[in-house]
Design a protein around this ligand. Structure first.
Ligand code: GCV
Length: 694
């Protein structure tokens, strides 16, 4: 056994690249106990994916112990009395006649620690790998000791990460450098880096990865023989980590790459083309999860072009994928982006429900609808989409956005698990909170029909080629948090922050300070952004920074309609009727401005500025207050970070400091533009006489 020098010196030297898999920890278990790994893999000759995953689990355990704890362990398949025993639960029974505690569904594991044995057992190969990563994480957090017994399994079977990477190497809404997968029109990547990425994703249980943008455009050619060998090679890198690829495909492919004159889902030519194409793709990637589709949205082709429904479109692709047990993941982000702002009857927020609720039950068993968590588009605060709970006969998944398109673009710190925690805790009015709906279907094999279950999560990735993966080093916490939330939707933001900070910054004070900063960041961002759920006061196109009327007279359908006396859109029964998409008891709460949750008050209501909020102050004064407070909180985050100057490697300290300084500039812009805008409309000054630029 060797122990790294930096551990001996007690100096935790955080490396940005390593994210939450840092080295430099002290293992609170006897070195002899950790020194021998007796793995199922030791005796398994190459038998396909399971063997590869088991082998990887053993290697990750050995390498993780060395890198993270300075413990050199020997890996073997030999039986023995002591050490770490690693394999599937079935192996423990066959080899040692040992019956382990009931673990649960696929991907689950049991970790049991006694004085002379550590047992890490998975329900399957992937569960064994997840057990290794959890063991190493808990060991680093100091939460493993003799007597520990931990049994876990993931809440959902579909835990997906979606990249919006373009084949040119750019990333739509990417804020962390170029693509990890593509460059100059082809799949070009650093294989070692992709292994490191696969390790990061597997360590938090992510098991589905789409690598190309849902606005498919030039990456349409990925499903041609020109590109499939490289895509298959990427799939091969992720396979031993239990991560399966999903490919975004262009609905118009029969025309764009197939040379047909139609992509009509009810035209047998188009359907036959997709069947052949699926067969080709699966020849290269037999375990591909399936296809991901954005259709009839923001310029992408789709079934509406031919007068067909989205069920027609999705089912055509599902039929092509079905022989290979593939799935068609079909996005519900379908709305008309050619609006006239003069038309106050139109309401974009209604779109997903209006399009998809009437189709409930018409989708094939291997279709999963992917629904954005809110009705608009990843704003800092929106209500939860009324489709959750309302779909009872169609499999579906919820989509988050880890990349911070509207939440500060990885310049501003914004710890998103706060927002996701609120989404999970939302009571749908159908007898369950979102987190209780999750996992209610989709048990067993990924292609099992759950018919109504919310069976997974998907999220848009925030990673790229930057050395720290996420641009802002602290934005790594959002990727970590997303994975942990997929695994256990009941995990709160505070717990996620505690884990991530401990794993990234080690034991001690630094982690505590970073945790305070992280937890302060979402409330601060929300305060200096568009007020009370009114949304979209951002700079058009790039979406960073304030532009109060940036989208007010545009075609995108996102208006706040602020005037001299009032602001907001009436989405109650008296207005656009959007609230009627929720069950009556929920709609009644949203419809009543006195009961409506205040963080979405202006999403549902058009209110006068003198409307009294719960704290007795006017809406206008609350707008002023939150914007002054949001700025002050951003300033406090920077000041807190500055206390860490001597506790961190200079490069880490400086890069975060530089981002927090830029955040302050942005927060100031938001504060002053929002406050000035409303002051100019109302000519009512701030009660506290703070500076508002007239
Ligand atoms: C990939 C928003 C973004 C687009 C994105 C789209 C989507 O509109 O601004 O960049 O396109 O969402 O989710 O499809």
């Amino acid at each position: 056994m060797t122990i790294s020098m930096r551990f001996l010196k007690g100096y935790f030297h955080m490396k940005e690249y390593d994210c939450w898999l840092q080295g430099g920890f002290k293992a609170a278990l006897k070195a002899e106990l950790l020194a021998a790994i007796r793995a199922e893999e030791g005796g398994v000759p190459d038998k396909g994916t399971d063997a590869a995953i088991l082998r990887q689990a053993a290697v990750e355990l050995r390498d993780g112990l060395l890198k993270r704890f300075g413990v050199r362990a020997v890996l073997s398949g030999e039986p023995g009395e002591s050490g770490i025993f690693l394999g599937r639960a079935s192996w423990f029974l066959e080899r040692y006649g040992e019956r382990l505690p009931e673990i649960g569904g696929p991907g689950g594991f049991h970790i049991g620690v006694s004085e002379d044995r550590v047992v890490i057992a998975g329900t399957d190969a992937a569960g064994t790998l997840y057990g290794v990563f959890r063991f190493l994480a808990l060991l680093a957090l100091g939460e493993i000791k003799p007597g520990s017994a931990i049994t876990e399994s993931p809440a959902v079977s579909f835990r997906a990460l979606n990249h919006w990477d373009n084949i040119e190497g750019t990333i739509e809404r990417g804020y962390a450098g170029g693509s990890l997968f593509f460059k100059d029109g082809e799949a070009r990547y650093d294989a070692e880096r992709l292994c490191d990425y696969a390790r990061l994703l597997a360590s938090v249980g992510i098991n589905v990865l789409s690598i190309n943008n849902v606005n498919v455009r030039t990456s349409s050619k990925l499903i041609t023989e020109d590109c499939l060998p490289q895509v298959a090679a990427i799939a091969g890198i992720f396979r031993p980590y239990g991560v399966r690829l999903l490919l975004s495909v262009n609905f118009s492919s029969p025309e764009v790459i197939g040379g047909l004159d139609t992509s009509d889902p009810l035209d047998p030519k188009a359907a036959a083309w997709w069947k052949e194409r699926a067969a080709l793709v699966y020849r290269y990637i037999p375990d591909l999860w399936g296809f991901l589709v954005k259709a009839d949205s923001e310029g992408e082709g789709g079934p509406f072009q031919y007068g067909r429904t989205h069920a027609d479109g999705a089912n055509m692709l599902a039929a092509a994928l079905q022989p290979f047990k593939g799935e068609c993941v079909w996005r519900c982000f379908v709305y008309d982006c050619a609006q006239d702002w003069r038309n106050t009857a139109f309401d974009r927020a209604r779109a997903a429900y209006d399009h998809f609720k009437p189709l409930d039950g018409q989708f094939a068993d291997n279709v999963i609808l992917q629904i954005k968590h809110g009705p608009y588009d990843f704003q800092v605060r929106e209500p939860v989409s009324p489709l959750f709970g309302a779909l009872t006969k169609t499999r579906h998944t919820m989509e988050f956005q880890i990349t911070q398109e509207y939440t500060g673009q990885q310049i501003d710190l914004c710890f998103l698990p706060w927002m996701w925690q609120d989404v999970m805790a939302y009571d749908t009015g159908y007898g369950a909170k979102v987190r209780e709906l999750l996992g209610s279907g989709g048990k067993g094999s990924p292609s099992a029909s759950a018919r109504g279950g919310l069976e997974g999560l998907a999220a848009v990735a925030n990673t790229g080629l930057d050395n720290n993966w996420t641009g802002h080093t602290l934005a790594q916490a959002n990727l970590y948090g997303y994975g942990r939330l997929c695994w256990n939707p009941a995990l709160g933001a505070e717990e996620i922050a505690r884990e991530w900070c401990g794993l990234t910054f080690g034991p001690g004070k630094t982690a505590r300070v970073v945790r305070e900063i992280l937890l302060a960041s979402y409330p601060a961002y929300q305060k200096y952004n568009a007020p009370f759920g009114v949304c979209f006061m951002v700079e058009p196109r790039h979406h960073y920074g304030p532009s109060i009327e940036g989208y007010e007279f545009s075609r995108w359908g996102t208006y706040h309609r602020a005037g001299r006396e009032a602001i907001g859109v009436d989405r109650t029964g008296k207005g656009t009727g959007y609230s009627g998409q929720y069950p009556p008891a929920i709609a009644a709460v949203f419809d009543d401005p006195k009961r409506c949750p205040e963080d979405v008050l202006l999403f549902f209501h058009r209110l006068r500025y003198d409307f009294r909020m719960k704290n007795g102050k006017t809406l206008l004064q609350n707008i002023y207050d939150t914007h002054f407070e949001g700025y002050d909180e951003a300033e406090a985050m920077l000041a807190k970070w500055q206390t860490l100057e001597n506790a961190l490697p200079a490069a880490v300290y400086q890069s975060v400091r530089e981002r927090l300084e830029r955040q302050l500039v942005n927060a100031r812009e938001w504060r002053d533009q929002v406050n000035t805008y409303f002051y100019r409309h109302t000519l009512i000054p701030d009660e506290q006489g703070r500076k508002i630029y007239a």
